[in-house]
Ligand binder design. Structure first.
Ligand code: SF4
Length: 118
């Protein structure tokens, strides 16, 4: 049985969680004040994901870059590959909030969208 100590990041309370893992399965979570903490611990111990926020280059815009984010959290192991793709992306102005900048990035099924205009 493996035991992991985690800090829940699902809200600013930052509850200290203890997850017990048996053969890759989370069998118990303690320390959570609400059900979101249990779900966070289960995901973090089995398939961690993170939101991705960065900028991409813009051609012909008011600014040289525009901020973007993933429409959903991305598997942690794909973060580096996603950043490599986004470092190579240049979009043409105008860019609107919510425009899809990269569809299905790195076959995650998740789109990268603009979070500002440019
Ligand atoms: S367990 Fe619930 S209350 Fe505690 S940090 Fe996570 S989301 Fe917030």
């Amino acid at each position: 049985m493996e035991v992991r100590e985690l800090t829940c990041v699902a809200c600013p309370m930052g509850c200290q969680l203890t997850a017990s893992i048996d053969n890759g399965v989370v069998v118990s979570v303690t320390g959570n004040t609400c059900p979101r903490g249990k779900k966070y611990a289960e995901t973090e111990c089995t398939h961690p994901v993170r939101p991705l926020t960065t900028t991409v280059k813009v051609e012909g815009g008011k600014h040289p870059v525009v901020p973007v984010k993933s429409a959903d959290a991305i598997p942690k192991e794909k973060m580096f590959d996603c950043m490599k793709v986004l470092n190579e992306v240049t979009v043409k102005a105008p860019v609107q909030i919510g425009d899809v900048i990269v569809e299905d990035i790195c076959s995650t099924g998740i789109n990268i969208v603009a979070t500002n205009i440019c």
